[in-house]
Design a protein around this ligand. Structure first.
Ligand code: ZN
Ligand code: ZN
Ligand code: ZN
Ligand code: ZN
Length: 384
């Protein structure tokens, strides 16, 4: 006890001493010691959210610090945070990733706690306005990180439960995507591709069918795949999409699209592109109608399929089932994921974690949908 007290005393005196020596700034810097860099304008808040942005790092005024020392007073409490940020930005700049080394071109790289994002391309559309690659990359970083934080709550997961950041790479040129696929991911294909495992990685061309350089579609797609990658990486690297848990894997990915954008547009299917768009991506009313029409038991069939083999309406049912879990049994989400990673059968997992049989789950879920889903779908988000 005496040792702990002594240590606390040392710590508190040293931080007090540090604050003293930092000084109190002046009126020019609002007593912070740091003046905000004027170059970042409306993206400043987004820059502050992320750990690293290659565009900000190239800022000739602040080198990514987002602020500069106040030249009037050279003292103040915000100086250590500025120095810490500059050191971090420099460390990331010194560590280009594989595509940055492979492709000799400018691309935006943004690093957040959960994701390492690359995006290239010239012009993107968000409704009537144009967006730059830099703006789209920040929108993706913001939304994907928001989804990741929510998933962490559902899984009671911390950052250290993921072996690695998940990579999200979007390419403005199809050739770049193909080259990255061939030389880094070792796949000969043109379609969007996700590598699961210790370092999950997604690569996709932004002109892909269904994306067409539309900023919202790209961000929504990135969030969907981002959730797949986090699920594959949480607690230990293992993709449950091949463990007869396609409903959980895709249900969750759809759930976050709906939660953030009010519209679901990404379908992961094994076959060639079948441009699916069930009920314009608005699924509440569709599920309610589907369940009223189909009285037979749906879950025994649904809950043994792999990701990529779900047919269109099964995507919708999976989303709704995950929606029910979140609303009614959130504590079961983590043990279900871990159970599937351990290759345990669905029936046992439901019995253990929900105290229900498959049939009871079907009844409870159906009742919940009919009692809670609106008769009119909520309006989807219009812009990023
Ligand atoms: Zn000052
Ligand atoms: Zn930036
Ligand atoms: Zn700057
Ligand atoms: Zn999916």
């Amino acid at each position: 006890m005496r040792l702990i007290l002594a240590l606390l005393l040392v710590f508190s005196t040293s931080s007090w001493a540090q604050e003293e020596s930092l000084g109190t700034g002046c009126n020019v810097c609002q007593h912070t010691g740091v003046k905000t860099c004027s170059k970042h304008k409306k993206l400043l808040a987004a820059e502050k959210e992320v750990l690293y942005c290659s565009v900000a790092a190239d800022c000739p005024t602040c080198q990514g610090g987002l602020g500069v020392d106040c030249n009037r007073c050279s003292s103040g409490p915000d100086i250590p945070a500025l120095e810490e940020r500059l050191a971090r930005v420099e460390a990331f700049r010194q560590r280009p990733n594989a595509p940055q080394k492979l492709l000799d071109q400018t691309m935006v790289r943004i690093i957040t706690p959960h994701f390492d994002i690359l995006l290239s391309g010239k012009k993107f559309k968000d409704g009537p306005r144009n967006m730059s690659a830099h703006e789209v990359a920040h929108a993706l970083a913001t939304e994907a990180e928001k989804a990741a934080e929510l998933l962490d709550q559902q899984l009671q997961a911390k950052l250290f439960h993921y072996a690695h950041r998940s990579n999200i790479w979007f390419w403005g040129e199809l050739d770049d995507h193909v080259q990255v696929m061939r030389e880094i991911l070792e796949v000969n294909d043109k379609g969007g591709f996700t590598l699961y495992g210790t370092e999950p990685t997604y690569s996709c061309w932004t002109g892909e069918e269904g994306l067409k350089n539309d900023a919202m579609a790209i961000v929504s797609n990135g969030v969907h795949i981002g959730i797949h990658m986090l699920l594959s990486n949480a607690f230990r690297p293992q993709w449950i999409g091949r463990q007869k848990a396609g409903w959980f894997d895709d249900g969750a990915a759809h759930w976050f699209e709906d939660k953030l954008f009010g519209r679901i547009s990404t379908y992961c299917i094994d076959e060639a592109k079948a441009n699916l768009d069930y009920e314009d991506g608005k699924w509440h009313v569709a599920v309610r109608k589907y369940l009223q029409k189909h009285k037979e038991n749906l879950l025994p069939g649904l809950m043994k399929k792999l990701s990529g083999t779900l047919w269109e309406e099964e995507h919708v049912l999976s989303w709704s089932l995950y929606d029910w879990l979140v609303a009614e049994h959130p504590q079961a989400i983590k043990p279900l994921l871990i159970g599937y990673k351990d290759k345990r059968p669905t029936r046992d997992l439901l019995r253990e974690n929900l105290d229900m049989s498959l049939l009871q789950v079907e009844q409870a879920w159906r009742q919940w949908v009919l009692a809670t889903y609106p008769v009119k779908d909520p309006k989807p988000r219009k812009k990023l």
